[in-house]
Ligand binder design. Sequence first.
Ligand SMILES: [Zn+2]
Ligand SMILES: [Zn+2]
Length: 428
Amino acid sequence: MFSSSNNGKSDLKGIANVSKEKETILEDDVGDSQYFRNNQKWLKKTYKKYYFNFFANITLPKKIHLHEFGFRHFDDDKMHRHLSFKNSGELYAFVLKFAPSDIYCSSSFYNRPTEPMDKKEWIGSELIFDIDGKDLHLECAIAHNFTKCNVCKFINKGVLEKCTNCNSSKLHTIDIPCKNCMNSLKKEVTKLLSFLMGDFGIERSGIFVYFSGNNGFHLHIVDGNYYPLLSNERSEIASYLLGKGFKMETLGVKKTDDNKIVPLLKNRQLLEAGWRDRILKKLKISFYSGKNSDSAFISQIEKLENAMKCDFQQMVSKTVDDLSVKIDPMVTMDIHRIFRLAGSLNSKSGLAKILCNDLDSFDPFSEACFFDKSKVEITCFAPVSLVFKGKRYAVNEGKNHVPEYVAVYLISKGLANINSKDIQDERR
Ligand SMILES: [Zn+2]
Ligand SMILES: [Zn+2]
């Protein structure tokens, strides 16, 4: 179990050596790596404090010994997988000792969780859904997120294709979700809950909704009926939620070559459930049974086409797009993935992955934020406005004194450095 951290140390040495070689030619890079090491060191200290004070936030699976664990550390850049713990005490000791940057746990249970994948002896897996802000392609996010250049390190405002400073296209996005981003994510979660309970009959008490710790939500379905499902079966559930392959024919009508709508479906009862019911309700098309039901149904569609000046199939596709849940299907179908452990910190933000008891009122910048309000000094690379614990912080470019939780967030996002004074203070 502990060999992984030794690897980490040798890696760190490797980075330090490279920096030394570059010293004479690339002073800036050496400076950058020193700032980076200071940031990592300071974050590790704050994470350790979190796990010491808030380990009770962590929700462990019932049979912890059957799960695979994985970690990332501040001192190296690797994922350490295939670890296991006999009980929560053993995990607590490990987390307190190493203060990892990220903690992951498998959704699957295995007879031999520490073995390589093909020897683990898979028993079953929770059903998991991932809703990520980046998959929503929100207009507000494109405007308020940042793009950091991997070449010149310049921080560009907005999501861009090319760096405005050096024209490089080697960029990465820094997402700072706003209230609208969060509300849009919550809408997706609400849609997903309606599908899971309405169409799949899953009890609400078996669905655990977690804020991911950064810019999304994870839904864990703790229902034994779903544990044995294999990857292809999980993929079918994901396709259903995404509304894949839904056509006007699924509503029991088709268009002839001369553009006339004719009935197709024999059993009209099917229209009153699931996707069909959702689409018809959204398009305000009523369902009739009995005599003349086909002509009454089709005449509503024709009226709608005339009123909207739009082809029915296009209307159906647009409605499917509105009603489908923007889940990442790869996450749901992958039964060998390890997921961020509930209650652990997300190193992309310093916020915790936390259970949302009341989705409507949930505010990640209050409820998932567990750091101090004591002030520290940071150097910020761009002006940023954030709301933490109900208070707005307008952070300027350059030196700022901000609460520890604002500092953790901005440093985790790559938008600020910790002032070296704060590193030295703690050495004493
Ligand atoms: Zn650049
Ligand atoms: Zn936004």
